[in-house]
Design a protein. Structure first.
Lengths: 158, 753, 82
């Protein structure tokens, strides 16, 4: 089977990769591009561990085919920090102990960033519904929600 | 935080530093097992049984072996034979079936190929002929006269008289104390109820994964996600019939375990295929495989009877507990028997517990195994007793709660425990008296877990610049590395960020048991403290040499060697000054601590839950939650709170939603996160965690394990809240909308008895 | 000097249901040997899957644990965990 050539922008960098027509975007990011921050927790779009943003839309990358990425602009957890400067969400997750095992964390950070981009001052309920596509089995969500609240405040005050 | 007694003032313990592994995890760089790839790596896939119970007639791998890219195909025949009744039989034949399959999803073969797609196609081409047998899927199936017997060699342990014929009952446990008949005769109120619960999965977000690389010299390295890499090593060696020294296991970051990663599934398959192909083999389970072939916690049927005097004094308890352990013998019933009456002082009791096997995946441990279910029975019964007698449910518990010196169900007297303190912390919390809204109800429940000790090792290496590396053998599943660094910082007196805590592989640190039983911060923490204290002894010696004084005149204070002798004043020597001169004073500064930890202090928790019940749909929403738990001493309070909050969320899911659903052939019908619904953020409120600190006398800093107890009270807390809101007692899990609605409807739709 | 040994109720088959018995031994292992002499079969029951509580400490693998005069020893089933 011939491979599909995909050209896109990932975290600001021009990227080209070859993929199989039936390969998921998640697998292509992890195996062809070498960005393993997005995780496969289910492969069926139910856990959000593979969350990325493609052309401004939050997406479970396990539900997209890799060729669909051609010509798009993608951001992943690896693009959240600017050099050594962590994004306020990352900093608040660390300081608020909003992660335990950490496997869902990349997906939560990407989803939370998408939420705050859309709604810079969300209520607790809006945060909870905004992150309802992401499963965390360790934290009970309490510290995640608080970290997002604190991050929103930090961003809005800066 | 509720501090119940004065404690030593600590400099680092009890603070909340950012965890040392945190930045890697928030930037997506932390390496979990599935993130690793090796040059020349093959992709392995297990071939799994579509039948719940069948005899394997033949396996034809010839077509699969001839397919493009396929480099290795294995079956049970590639592993040493293991005799039924051998103590490793269950573990070995669970990883790969031999003559029989015992559940849908049971691995019967495995294939490795250059690409995952090739491996998938080859796996589908492995031809397995089955002689399908009738499945045993429920407790009733298992106990029915003439039921198909899963294991022809299994005689019931603990049977009296001894079992002579095999059955599906693997074990019977009996505990008794006092005089049961006299106890019930002295009671003014006797209530007996029956409860049923279904198997549930631990639901870790990271699926099982490993990479195995077997070299030409026959030695293998395994990178994997597990709660215990030393256990992966010994179990894999056992399955393969290898010497332990042929296997090195390197722990990857672990994406959740909750007990479900205390056993092995993939590693021996990957090693065997890697050895056969001469290339590394990577295996990653799909979520579907995780549901069908790993985990679940047991399902149960529980009958509990309580006798109470009119003043609330519990005088008799009788429990008959049945736990399913999946396809092989398991400890569910035993642990249920050890927990059902453990929190209360009941003089006259009788407990009988059966462990049965059925044709579902072999049960694995799940956070305080068995205890959430006995708590469901016991704590909802207590609630009923309180209602019947007109006693406040808090007062009923305070009146009967075990305290120091009271006998446990097993006979020994409890040491210092914090149950009453946990009850009082909830009683004194504003939540306890806050007003409720319409259709809302409040439930109180308590929980208990033993916690365990076991073996742990730690190495402390001081670096040239005065920083320290602390190596332990405990996989970090919830922030334990930060706790290790805090305890080392406290002893050494250097900043917690000057300590690098790492998890060493099986060749880099001493033997350490699995991270289970809430033991990492307790037991491995003891090893860290021991190694750090030895280091202080070493540092004092080096400092004495540098100062030219007697070591007895050197104290270690706040990270410095301080001269206390009478020969004038001397400048203190900070740690970095000593490490900088290590070459001249005796060489590298390395100490180890290896121990078998005794005296894991029991953990108690008390939860208060408010629910709102939609009377038209039966949907239950948890609207407020407060949980207290005795942590002994909280080393890193944020992660103690996190353990409590995580336990609550899992318990609420167990209470309201989660269950395995099988069809009549034993095929799981909901093997995805879409159909097996775990709680999401919008499903839960904030969870107020109150840390109670009643120090454990057996630990140098008073630590009790905190990982498990938090999952014990939520099920009854939710059930009692539903009763408070609706007047309905639900005794079958999950308390799904349809069950709640049925209960409300048959109760006349109003808040009744 | 004999010490008092308490058996959790699932371990009392060989003692005919008696909860507390006496035995001698300098270590828990020696104590178990003595118990097996006094109550044949009890040794096997106590050698696998059983912990002890001595002086408030739960000990999972106690064979070589010293037994002091006047100690009270509690044999209990071994626990597990997740």
């Amino acid at each position: 089977m011939s491979r599909v050539h995909v050209t896109c922008t990932i975290n600001g960098d021009p990227i080209e990769f070859l993929c199989d027509g039936g390969q998921t975007l998640l697998d292509a990011l992890r195996d062809e591009v070498g960005l393993t921050g997005a995780k496969e927790g289910c492969g069926t779009g139910d856990c959000g561990a593979c969350s990325i943003v493609m052309d401004g839309r939050l997406l479970c990358s396990c539900l997209a085919l890799a060729p669909e990425a051609d010509g798009t602009t993608i951001s992943t957890v690896e693009g959240l920090a600017s050099g050594d400067d962590l994004h306020p969400l990352q900093q608040c997750f660390l300081e608020g102990a909003a992660l335990q095992c950490g496997v869902c964390t990349p997906g939560f950070l990407v989803a939370a960033k998408a939420l705050l981009d859309r709604n810079p001052d969300p209520t607790e309920t809006e945060i909870r519904y905004g992150l309802a596509g992401n499963l965390c089995r360790c934290t009970g969500y309490d510290k995640i929600v608080r970290a997002v609240q604190t991050a929103a405040q930090t961003i809005n005050e800066s | 935080m509720t501090v119940t007694e004065p404690k030593p003032s600590y400099k680092y313990i009890g603070t909340r530093p950012v965890r040392h592994d945190g930045v890697e995890k928030v930037t997506g760089r932390a390496r979990f097992a599935a993130d690793l790839n090796l040059p020349g790596q093959l992709h392995g896939i297990a071939v799994r049984s579509p039948h719940a119970h069948a005899r394997i007639v033949s396996i034809d791998t010839s077509e699969a072996e001839a397919m493009p890219g396929v480099k290795s195909v294995i079956t049970g025949d590639d592993f040493p034979a293991v005799a039924p009744g051998d103590r490793n039989y269950d573990m070995c034949v669970n990883v790969i079936a031999r003559d029989k399959v015992f559940y849908e999803g049971h691995a019967v073969a495995a294939v490795a190929a250059i690409t995952r797609e090739q491996a998938q196609q080859a796996a589908a081409a492995v031809k397995v002929a089955y002689d399908v047998l009738p499945p045993v899927l429920t407790i009733d199936d298992a106990l029915a006269p003439g039921a198909p017997v899963l294991h022809g060699h299994m005689l019931t342990a603990g049977a009296d008289p001894p079992a002579e014929e095999p059955s599906n009952i693997s074990n019977i446990t009996r505990f008794a104390g006092g005089d049961l008949d006299a106890g019930f005769a002295a009671a003014d109120l006797v209530i007996e109820r029956e409860f049923t619960t279904q198997p549930v999965h631990q639901g870790y977000i990271e699926t099982h994964a490993c990479v195995a690389d077997t070299g030409q010299d026959g030695h293998t390295s395994i990178w994997c996600s597990s709660q215990g890499h030393f256990n992966v090593r010994s179990s894999t060696a056992t399955l393969l019939g290898w010497e332990t020294t042929r296997i090195r296991v390197i722990p990857a970051e672990i994406g959740g375990g909750f007990g479900g990663k205390t056993t092995i599934y993939l590693e021996p398959l990957a090693v065997a295929m890697s050895a056969k192909a001469g290339r590394p083999v990577k295996m990653v389970m799909s979520r579907d495989e995780v549901f069908r072939a790993t985990g679940p916690a047991p399902g149960t049927r529980l009958k509990v009877k309580l006798g109470v005097q009119s003043d609330g004094n519990l005088v008799a308890g009788d429990a008959y507990l049945i736990y399913t352990n999946g396809a092989y013998a398991g400890p569910g019933g035993l642990l249920g028997a050890m927990t059902v009456f453990e929190s209360y002082d009941i003089e006259n009791f009788n407990i009988e517990a059966l462990d049965v096997v059925i044709n579902t995946a072999r049960s694995a441990a799940y956070r305080a195994p068995a205890a959430p279910l006995t708590a469901f029975a016991m704590e909802t019964l207590l609630d009923e007793v309180a209602t019947e007698l007109g006693i406040d449910p808090m007062d009923l518990r305070l009146q009967n709660a075990v305290t120091e010196g009271d006998p446990s169900t097993m006979g020994f007297p409890f040491a210092r425990i914090g149950f009453v303190e946990c009850l009082e912390a909830i009683r004194d919390h504003p939540h306890y008296t806050a007003p409720l809204g319409p259709n809302q109800g409040r439930g109180l429940a308590a929980g208990y877990w033993f916690n365990i000790g076991e073996s742990s090792s730690a190495t402390v290496n001081l670096n040239e610049d005065g920083t320290a590396t602390v190596v332990t053998g405990s996989p970090d599943i919830g922030g334990s590395r930060a706790s290790m660094a805090l305890m080392a910082a406290e002893v050494l007196g250097i900043d917690v960020y000057d300590i690098r805590p790492v998890v060493g592989d099986t060749e880099a640190v001493g033997f350490t048991d699995v991270t289970e039983g809430s033991r990492a911060t307790f037991a491995t923490g003891m090893a860290v403290v021991e190694a750090s204290r030895k280091m202080v002894v070493e540092l004092r010696g080096r400092a004495a040499k540098m100062m030219g004084v007697d070591v007895d005149d050197i104290d270690w204070v706040d990270g410095q060697a301080v001269y206390t002798g009478s020969d004038g004043e001397k400048d203190p020597l900070p740690l970095a000054a000593i490490t900088g001169k290590a070459k001249r004073t005796g060489g590298p500064l390395t100490t180890t601590g290896s121990l078998e930890a005794h005296g894991a202090g029991p953990g108690f928790a008390v939860h208060l839950c408010d629910v709102e019940v939609d009377q038209e749909t039966g949907v239950v929403r948890v609207v407020r939650y407060t949980a207290s738990q005795d942590a002994g001493t909280a080393i890193h309070p944020s992660y103690v709170e996190g353990q409590i909050q995580g336990g609550v969320a899992q318990g609420v899911g167990w209470a309201l939603n989660e269950e395995y659903i099988y069809d009549s052939d034993g095929v799981m019908e909901n093997p995805s996160f879409l159909d097996y619904r775990v709680p999401v953020a919008s499903y839960l409120p904030m969870i107020d965690a109150i840390i109670v600190e009643v120090p454990n006398p057996a630990h140098p800093y008073g630590v009790r394990g905190v990982g498990e107890t938090g999952i014990v009270p939520p099920i009854p807390a939710v059930a009692n809240a539903i009763h408070n809101a609706t007047g309905c007692r639900l005794r079958d899990l999950p308390m799904s909308p349809i069950r709640v609605l049925d209960a409300i409807t048959s109760n006349g739709g109003s808040k009744g008895a | 000097m004999p010490v008092r040994v308490h058996l959790s109720s699932n371990l009392r088959g060989p003692t005919g249901g008696v909860a507390e018995v006496e035995a001698e031994g300098a270590t828990v292992g020696a104590l178990i040997d003595d118990l097996d002499r006094r109550y044949p079969g009890l040794g096997d029951a106590l050698r696998s899957g059983v912990s002890v509580v001595i002086n408030d400490l739960l000990i999972a693998h106690p064979d070589y644990e010293p037994v002091a005069d006047g100690a009270r020893i509690y044999f209990v089933p071994q626990t597990a965990g997740g």
